[in-house]
Design a protein around this ligand. Structure first.
Ligand SMILES: [Ca+2]
Length: 203
């Protein structure tokens, strides 16, 4: 009788041990490494305009003579727009499927010609639809403009922008806006990626 009791207690101990291992395993599996939201890879297709402006939608042309890194084999994207009474900015777009999170759009711009106040800038918006055609859930523009003719490529960024719950797509826009007569601007080295969620936003 005592032997039976010992055997039953032994099985119980083994059972508890197995259960403890399973619980521990379940606990570690529940830790999603994505929870930290580390900076992700560049999500854009053809971000450096290597040889063309494919994967971007709009009136842009490819500029083989100017590259932000001086790479003669790459080139950049050019937007030109004369000012008319009926429109304002020339816009080039790429639409991407994204999940809710925090993202940042950045790149470089060079205003080549045009009036002294013509500008190049970026815009980013998030949609609950998959086609980037929506009344945005959230949106933001570049924190600065490249305004007036420049001799050097200048950086542009939206800073971190939250794609709220329900987000299914992100619209990435490059804009060249004339103010008086005409603007001609190049864009290069575009980056759109997931970034850590800011816990202490910069003041
Ligand atoms: Ca390039």
């Amino acid at each position: 009788m005592r032997q039976v009791f010992v055997a039953q207690r032994h099985r119980l101990q083994i059972g508890l041990f197995v259960m403890a291992v399973l619980v521990a395993g379940a606990g570690s599996a529940a830790v999603d490494p994505g929870d930290a939201h580390p900076t992700g890879p560049n999500l854009l297709t053809n971000p450096g305009f290597d040889g063309d402006v494919s994967s971007w939608l709009g009136p842009a042309t490819w500029d083989s003579r100017h590259d932000a890194g001086g790479n003669r084999d790459s080139g950049s994207l050019r937007l030109s727009r004369p000012r008319t009474s009926s429109n304002s900015c020339a816009t080039e777009e790429q639409c991407l499927a994204v999940n809710p999170g925090t993202y940042e759009l950045s790149g470089k711009a060079l205003v080549l010609a045009g009036d002294s106040n013509g500008s190049a800038s970026l815009r980013l918006h998030f949609c609950a639809t998959t086609d980037c055609m929506c009344s945005p859930l959230s949106f933001g523009g570049s924190l600065g403009l490249v305004r007036g003719r420049q001799d050097a490529w200048l950086p542009l960024t939206t800073g971190p922008l939250v794609a709220p719950a329900g987000t299914q797509s992100a619209g990435i826009l490059l804009l060249a806006c004339p103010e008086k007569d005409l603007v001609e601007a190049d864009f290069d080295d575009m980056v759109f990626r997931r970034v850590p969620t800011a816990t202490n936003p910069p003041k």
